[in-house]
Design a protein around this ligand. Structure first.
Ligand code: MOS
Length: 704
């Protein structure tokens, strides 16, 4: 494949919508004015399992401004039996108010709709719902493995290559360790918000999501509507991270708009987001590594357990990435799931890779320690020539280049390998490193490109800019493909009427969209001679990359990276401070260094948060969460985040028209392991359970 010439791709460009955003001209989903707008407020179950016996609607219907209360007796029926965007039936959680069963705490049981949001809230909080409560079980732990069943998510659940036990027995060094990560929540800045209305026989939804085709398609299926009669728009989105697909609130809003024949808005509160927006499952992972004395791996076993709800299977595939990372004679990976009375988990930035890399990259560090070799040398020694399990060639694997560049810039060579020897006053200092990887995917997309009569160009593609800078990246890609300056290109995104395109997910948005935009530009060059007269309505061409994307040869396709962290640990208080981080990535051609750096640094910041702060704790008595808000659920704040540097090595994807791989998720991968490995180096104590809280550091007499 020929790679397009790049003039603007690779140069820093501020966000094309930046001025609109900082001046408030850019509207988010909850801000669009509509005449006759009514407001819905969701009522969530207070029990974790049982049946709804009665909903006392009468007193609430008499409250000021209340228009209706939807619940399982009176809500419109929907169909959840279809095959959804992901190729499986949807999570039945989106089929709200269809029956009296409550499968977890926070299950939506009613929507109160009123003239104002305040009236709706007051009435929703006053609504009395009677339940027949049943015993629930929310206790996730490694011990649940016995009841778990294999499920792989996008890949197989269990992969076995070679004789694991024989290789372990023949190994000079064996690491056998268990790692856990807690339940985690996305917390995008902008809460989920949607407004639904019927307009000229069409369902129109103004929403905050990661893909309007996705939401429109699911709403059409649920309500048995012709797909062309549903339009979903999502122009500006304040973060998604996997949580903004189709969820209960959009469906409830459509129901209410249908019943009331008025526009209805439903916005989630921060606390409601802790149940209705999905979460990252906790994981319990076991790693067994067997190696020769020089660190060469003979055996790599990675087993990962995660939780799902009783109503839908969603798996956090913690062990999946281990299949592509290191050469070993025997490779066993297994991904298992246990059903509990909890909400269904969902995608959260680097699903699988984020917790999986914590376990794998911590275990590698333990192996390096035991073999007495440098952690980077250990990874070089186990660098595979082809996919360790698949045998497929890599589309590009510049992991070692990342480690070499990172080691040079971080000052790794001056590191004393012994733990617990560097001190600075009360602080113990240490450094750690870890590898990162994330799949590099492309998905079919369509685009339309118009050469306007005034010499400008309009790109129409149903991309989603969830804060990533996608709109700006596509402006650069289009300007290069058309060989014009950026001010002659305008990019329209975030509207299902623009036609099918990949959603913002899987780190595959920008690559998939850029491919379609590039293909449309090529088509325009073929059909319009340079200098030709453009009619007043312009000349429009269309592209569809389904065939080209489908023709991609099977390869191991990933981005890679090397994470470095320096920490200071106060042994008297258990406090861990990250002092600096460096991430070097090999993640394809970087379209816009400004926003790309933002993505990487954001992911790495989240890695600090994952390592030290984030933990949603489920109350076994109520089945809900303790402190389900940003006071109770700690995330890294400014004072927790030191100087973070992110940079990259040259790594254009040879199979992509622009050379893109995708960067949305890899920044978090390996970041928590780098911090944990640095904590070991500072203190000599391994922390295998996240987050590394002060109490865990304090209590750690030996290994924690
Ligand atoms: Mo991402 S977790 O694919 O939004």
């Amino acid at each position: 494949m020929t790679t397009a010439a790049t003039r603007l791709v690779g140069t820093a460009h501020t966000r094309v919508e930046g001025r609109d955003k900082v001046t408030g001209a850019a509207r988010y989903a909850g801000e669009f004015p509509f005449a006759e707008l009514a407001h819905g407020w969701l009522v969530l179950s207070t029990v974790a399992r049982g049946r709804i016996r009665a909903v006392d609607t009468e007193p609430v219907l008499a409250m000021p401004g209340v228009l209706t209360v939807l619940h399982h007796h009176n809500a419109p029926r929907v169909d959840t039996g279809y095959t959804g965007v992901m190729g499986t039936p949807p999570d039945p959680t989106i089929g709200v108010f269809q029956h009296d069963r409550v499968p977890h705490a926070g299950w939506p049981v009613a929507l109160v709709v009123a003239e104002t949001s305040e009236q709706a809230r007051e009435a929703a909080e006053a609504l009395v719902v009677h339940y027949d409560q049943e015993p629930h079980d929310v206790a996730f732990s490694a011990q649940r493995e016995a009841e778990a069943y294999p499920l792989g998510g996008h890949g197989p659940a269990v992969v076995e290559k070679g004789d694991l036990e024989a290789e372990l027995a023949a190994s000079a060094v064996v690491i056998d360790a268990e790692y856990t990560t807690p339940e985690e929540y996305h917390n995008p800045m902008e809460p989920h918000a949607t407004t639904a209305r019927w307009e000229g026989g069409r369902l129109e939804v103004v929403d905050s999501n990661q893909g309007t085709n996705w939401v429109a398609g699911e709403l059409a299926s649920l309500f048995s509507l012709d797909p062309g009669s549903v339009r979903v728009r999502s122009e500006h989105v304040g973060g998604g991270f996997g949580s903004k697909g189709v969820r209960a609130h959009q469906v409830a809003a459509v129901m209410a708009a249908t019943v009331l024949r008025r526009p209805v808005r439903v916005v989630l509160t921060r606390r409601q987001m802790f149940v209705l927006a999905g979460h990252r499952s906790p994981t319990a992972q076991r790693l067994r590594l067997g190696a020769d004395a020089d660190g060469r791996l003979r055996a790599l076993e990675h087993r990962s357990l995660s939780q799902t709800s009783t109503v839908h299977d969603f798996v956090e595939p913690g062990a999946a990435a281990s299949r592509s990372m290191y050469a070993a004679d025997a490779h066993h990976t297994a991904i298992r799931l246990v059903k509990l009375d909890v909400p269904t988990p969902t995608w959260m930035r680097a699903p699988g890779e984020a917790p999986g890399s914590f376990a794998l990259e911590s275990a590698l560090d333990e192996l390096a320690e035991r073999c007495g070799i440098d952690p980077i040398d250990l990874r070089i020694r186990n660098e595979p020539a082809v996919g360790p399990v698949s045998g497929l060639p890599f589309s590009g694997r510049n992991l070692i280049a990342c480690f070499r560049e990172g080691a040079r810039r971080f000052g790794w060579t001056e590191r004393d390998p012994r733990p617990g020897v560097r001190r600075e006053g009360r602080w113990l200092l240490g450094t750690g490193t870890a590898a990162a990887s994330f799949p590099a995917m492309a998905m079919p997309s369509t685009a339309a490109l118009t050469a306007e009569a005034d010499g400008t160009f309009t790109v129409r593609i149903n991309a989603a800019d969830i804060g990533t800078g996608a709109r700006t990246a596509l402006t650069l890609v289009a300007a290069d493909a058309l060989e014009v300056p950026t001010d002659r290109v305008r990019v329209r995104i975030g509207d299902s009427d623009l036609g099918p395109a990949m959603f913002a997910g899987g780190s595959a948005g920008t690559r998939s969209w850029a491919w379609a935009v590039t293909a449309a530009a090529e088509e325009l060059r073929r059909s319009v001679a340079p200098g030709a007269d453009i009619p007043p309505e312009g000349i429009t061409v269309r592209s569809n990359t389904a065939e080209a994307v489908g023709a991609l040869a099977q390869k191991e396709r990933h981005s890679f990276g090397a994470q470095f962290a320096e920490v200071a640990v106060d042994p008297a208080t258990g406090e861990v401070r990250v002092r600096r981080m460096l991430g070097i990535f090999a993640a394809g051609r970087i379209v816009n260094p400004l926003t790309a750096r933002n993505q990487f640094v954001g992911g790495m910041t989240w890695g600090i948060s994952m390592a030290l702060h984030e933990e949603a704790v489920r109350d076994r008595a109520s089945g809900g969460l303790y402190g389900a808000d940003l006071a109770g659920y700690h995330v890294a704040a400014h004072a927790d985040v030191p100087h973070i540097e992110a940079d990259w090595v040259d790594d254009p994807d040879p199979d992509d028209p622009v050379g893109i791989k995708g960067i949305g998720e890899i920044g978090i991968v390996g970041a928590a392991a780098a911090v944990a490995n640095a904590v070991w180096h500072a203190t000599g104590v391994r922390h295998r359970n996240l987050p590394i809280r002060p109490d865990r550091v304090l209590m750690a007499g030996g290994d924690a």
